[in-house]
Design a protein around this ligand. Sequence first.
Ligand SMILES: CC(=O)CC(=O)SCCNC(=O)CCNC(=O)[C@H](O)C(C)(C)COP(=O)(O)OP(=O)(O)OC[C@H]1O[C@@H](n2cnc3c(N)ncnc32)[C@H](O)[C@@H]1OP(=O)(O)O
Ligand SMILES: NC(=O)C1=CN([C@@H]2O[C@H](COP(=O)(O)OP(=O)(O)OC[C@H]3O[C@@H](n4cnc5c(N)ncnc54)[C@H](O)[C@@H]3O)[C@@H](O)[C@H]2O)C=CC1
Length: 300
Amino acid sequence: MAQATRVFCRNFSSSSSRFGNIKHVTVIGAGLMGAGIAQVAASTGHQVVIVDQTDDILSKSKATIEKSLQRVAGETFIAEVMGRLTIKTDAAAAVKNTDLVIEAIVENLEVKKKLFSSLDKAAPKHTIFTSNTSSIPIKDIAVATQRQDRFGGLHFFNPVPIMKLLEVIRIPATSDETFDKLLGFGKAMDKSTVNCKDTPGFIVNRLLVPYMMEAIRMVERGEASPQDVDTAMKLGAGYPMGPFELTDYVGLDTCKFIIDGWHKKYPDNPLFMPSPLLDKLVSEGKLGNKTGEGFYKQKK
Ligand SMILES: CC(=O)CC(=O)SCCNC(=O)CCNC(=O)[C@H](O)C(C)(C)COP(=O)(O)OP(=O)(O)OC[C@H]1O[C@@H](n2cnc3c(N)ncnc32)[C@H](O)[C@@H]1OP(=O)(O)O
Ligand SMILES: NC(=O)C1=CN([C@@H]2O[C@H](COP(=O)(O)OP(=O)(O)OC[C@H]3O[C@@H](n4cnc5c(N)ncnc54)[C@H](O)[C@@H]3O)[C@@H](O)[C@H]2O)C=CC1
């Protein structure tokens, strides 16, 4: 049995998580990442509320979580996990009784700030706020709140149930107590944590995103096809996915949000140059696996 499967079949007490501090978690954004984070949090014994804009999105997200669990767990465990998950469209109401907020909404600073500013008024004093942002400085989001000492970054990787890493990010204002609680939460989620400073892309994306962008530029320059680049990186460098498969997997819109944000902030860095091909595909609604087509057409 693979490690991922073992993690999911462990028996956690249904009334509390294994590491005392953080028991109740609110995940805001029920998309690709939010669903995965909620699944793992509930599977590791946390009470979880998932928040999104409509009941329809939330129902689909719950169905995705259930389907994902069915790949690795039995009926009883799935029923327990699903019993720890509730859904809400009202974010302010959801955080009234929560220990930790994990935000996983669209990669847009103003939207994230607006959300946190309203949550700050609604959440209890002890509640820790975190963002799963791929590329936005955590401190730029935290300024929307009066609790910068209880603010940090928890950056998960896609697919969350399988990827073992969790980047834990602190800003200068993050208190030691908050940071320790976040590291403890990472352990409770069965993730391996690395400590990150609030630098662009933290560790993984600072290396991975320029690599994905350079692969796209290689195709733009007519040097190779996406298929050949993917085959080359899988068979020649041992990567589980080629960069085009990975860009489709992450979402072309998310990749564009990341690179555009960095380019705006660091216009002279050639690694952060936007790509006309990526822009074109996004403008055509070809966002990758989530829309059925990106660099590749998904098989039905
Ligand atoms: C943009 C950002 O900010 C940051 C990012 O996330 S960047 C993106 C990072 N992610 C990556 O780089 C992913 C690269 N790709 C991969 O690692 C792999 O292709 C992959 C993990 C996605 C799929 O690998 P695969 O071998 O084809 O998967 P698959 O065979 O379906 O499953 C592998 C194991 O996980 C288990 N698993 C699958 N789905 C699962 C689920 N939903 N929950 C728990 N376990 C699951 C499977 O049961 C399987 O275990 P066994 O070996 O016991 O069967
Ligand atoms: N896609 C990836 O591989 C990774 C993405 N991230 C980051 O995670 C975050 C979410 O990304 P994805 O899950 O891929 O996006 P997604 O597009 O799949 O999901 C985002 C969800 O947020 C919801 N949403 C938007 N605004 C909202 C609001 N104000 N209140 C409540 N819900 C709202 C949307 O309806 C949608 O369901 C982004 O910040 C992204 O950069 C981090 C790691 C990996």
